[in-house]
Design a protein around this ligand. Structure first.
Ligand code: FAD
Length: 599
């Protein structure tokens, strides 16, 4: 824990979460054979740890004495740090590319100083000091960015200030009548829930990175949590805002809806620090539900699961979670089961025999989780109505233990990336959203592109998917992939081939470049294909108009001002593969039908 006792200690500089926590295959008897079968990787062998911190070459900070003095005046000397560990931890987020480069000791441009303001007037003073010195300001929440939203630009010659919001972590007030809470944005997920729960409320936002991400980061990336079906994404949860910008404090009133021209609230959502530092938000809250249940279901095949989720979204019930995995992810989930008891074995054999008798192909079957919340009566009613739909699509309820296990383990899953990287295998995620009518096509195109990329590289790989976050018009598809490049190959290059193939298949299929992981630098090359050239021009005008000196997290989302070459539409170094700049989907893909494994 951090010194204040309410926030987690900073994450390890080379990986996810706490030093003392790690993922292991031990106690999961089917996992090592599964990974060996699909990735040709023996995870029973000990891994290679990253470099020792002492072996890193850390450049000296570029920070003039007058700027340091002004920052110390702004926040207090004890909250200004140029400590090596602080600078390294604040230099990047936790994307796969970030993790690999950290492990290799390739640190690139580090922030020169980390400041930790304790109140909005201190943030204003930091902003004024930074602008007066023509310094770069990068807001920092939990550092869990997965799209390259935190790293200073390579070769940045101006001083770089990382503004860590950790001290601004309080719920300032609750308006029970309006079901709104005013909250400082440096609060981490668990601390926010702790403060709200103490008064009988919840925000209901639970991203997988919940433990290590903050309200400000969620707002700046348009985050989405596992219970978004009921509570909404952060874009819906956030009503009012206070943002320290170069021209003063921007205030968005917490009204339910407004007709004041293009929405300034929406401009701040997803702005990744390019418009200012969000200091406070007024967010929706709801009463902590009396009952909360996540049940497991099986569907005969992916198409059945998709159709069931679509019909649930179109119906009157409001489950908190609707999620279905494809057969590849289902096989992976089953492989991560812990040592079964003799009774579990009997039950599992009986279930398999039953499904076979019903004519199911067990390799095609798909695991689903559906969550219900409310009073006991509401949960029973939601369940009854939802199960009418699941049954219509061949679904079978398998009870509460798989859902309870998923709920309990979900925040531990991110540690698996470090476990695989210790053994040289990159693993990552890419997510998108599309209308219900397009989801199967998007899925097929992405699977063909991903497995095609493994084939092209000649490396063993595994790609799997689930649907989560359902809306009236469509849903999110969340892909997870891993590959095992042979020794001597650059794992990051091979990883890049697969990641680009998947992302390209998203935009070519008419889906978005990201449903909730944001643009940063890692997804910027697909922005024009997603939102069209005039869309990019509007964003650029917004950023340049708000921040004429390009002091606020430059180079993220779109390149602006001094970080752009004439005629360039995406940050330097990224190749733009515009689809004629129209933003229209390219329907026919030359995706190779690749040799996908049977799970
Ligand atoms: P940071 O990473 O610190 O910053 C992200 C961006 O926001 C940066 O551009 C930063 O400058 C800006 N920023 C941060 N605070 C402020 C502020 N106060 N004012 C202005 N700008 C600010 N995302 C999801 O939505 N759902 C998930 O389920 C999910 N799961 C994840 C699982 C893993 C393992 C990982 C590594 C990431 C996951 N993410 C997920 C992505 C990430 O957690 C989100 O993008 C999150 O919203 C980032 O919050 P943060 O506080 O860590 O922000």
């Amino acid at each position: 824990m951090h010194k204040d006792g309410a926030t987690p200690a900073p994450m390890k500089w080379w990986g996810w979460g706490e030093e003392s926590v790690s993922f292991t295959h031990e106690g999961k008897p089917e996992l090592a054979p599964f990974i060996e079968r699909h990735l040709k990787l023996d995870v029973r062998r000990p891994g290679t740890p990253p470099l020792a911190f002492e072996a890193l070459e850390i450049s000296a900070p570029v920070l003039s004495a007058p700027l340091r003095a002004r920052l110390e005046d702004a926040v207090g000397a004890g909250h200004v740090s140029s400590d090596d560990q602080d600078r390294v931890v604040h230099g990047r987020g936790k994307s796969l590319t970030d993790l690999v480069r950290q492990r290799r000791g390739d640190l690139s441009r580090l922030p020169d100083v980390v400041v930790r303001p304790g109140a909005e007037d201190e943030v204003v003073a930091v902003m004024e000091a930074a602008l007066a010195a023509d310094a770069v300001v990068i807001p920092f929440g939990g550092g869990s960015s997965i799209s390259g939203s935190l790293e200073p630009e390579a070769g940045e010659s101006r001083p770089v200030i990382s503004v860590d919001m950790v001290r601004m972590n309080r719920v300032l007030g609750i308006d029970a009548t309006s079901q709104l809470a005013r909250v400082q944005t440096g609060v981490f997920g668990p601390d926010l829930e702790r403060q709200l729960n103490a008064q009988g409320w919840t925000c209901g936002h639970f991203p997988d990175s919940f433990t290590y991400s903050t309200l400000g980061g969620w707002i700046a990336t348009r985050s989405s949590g596992m219970q978004s079906d009921r509570y909404g994404d952060v874009a819906e949860l956030t009503r009012g805002l206070r943002v320290v910008t170069p021209s003063g404090v921007l205030v968005v009133r917490p009204v339910p809806s407004t007709s004041t021209g293009p929405s300034v609230r929406e401009m701040v959502l997803g702005s990744e620090g390019r418009l200012g530092i969000v200091t406070e938000a007024t967010i929706h809250i709801r009463r902590v539900p009396a009952e909360r249940k996540i049940l497991g279901y099986l569907f005969p095949a992916w198409a059945d699961g998709l159709a069931a989720m679509r019909d649930i979204a179109a119906g009157e019930t409001e489950p908190s979670v609707t999620r279905v995995s494809d057969s590849y992810e289902t096989a992976f989930s089953f492989a991560t089961r812990t040592d079964p008891t003799p009774l579990d074995r009997v039950k599992s054999r009986a279930l398999q025999a039953f499904l076979k008798r019903k004519g199911w192909d067990l390799e095609a079957m798909c695991l689903s989780f559906i969550g219900y919340e409310g009073s006991e009566g509401e949960v029973a009613m939601q369940r009854k109505q939802t199960e009418r739909i699941t049954k219509r699509h061949g679904g079978l309820c398998i009870g509460s233990s798989p859902g309870a296990l998923y709920d309990q383990k979900k925040f531990d899953t991110p540690y698996i990336r470090d476990f695989l990287l210790d053994r040289g295998a990159p693993a990552d995620v890419s997510e998108t959203s599309a209308p219900w009518g397009e989801l199967q096509t998007v899925y097929d195109n992405v699977m063909a592109a991903g497995y095609g990329a493994f084939d092209e590289l000649g490396v063993p790989g595994y790609l799997m998917c689930h649907l989560s976050h359902s809306y009236h018009a469509g849903a999110c598809l969340y892909f997870t992939f891993a590959l095992n490049p042979p020794a001597g190959r650059d794992a990051l290059e091979d990883y890049g081939v697969v990641k680009r193939a998947i992302q390209q298949a998203f935009v070519d299929s008419g889906a978005t470049l990201s449903h909730h992981h944001a643009v940063g630098t890692e997804h910027a090359q697909w922005l024009e294909e997603d939102i069209s050239a005039p869309g990019v021009a509007m964003l650029r005008a917004l950023f340049e108009g708000t921040d004429p000196g390009a002091n606020l997290n430059p180079g993220k989302i779109v390149a602006t001002g001094r970080d752009r070459e004439p005629g360039e539409t995406v940050p330097r170094g990224e190749s733009s593969r515009t689809n004629g700049g129209t933003g229209e989907p390219r329907r026919s893909l030359d995706a190779r039908r690749a040799s996908r494994p049977r799970s």
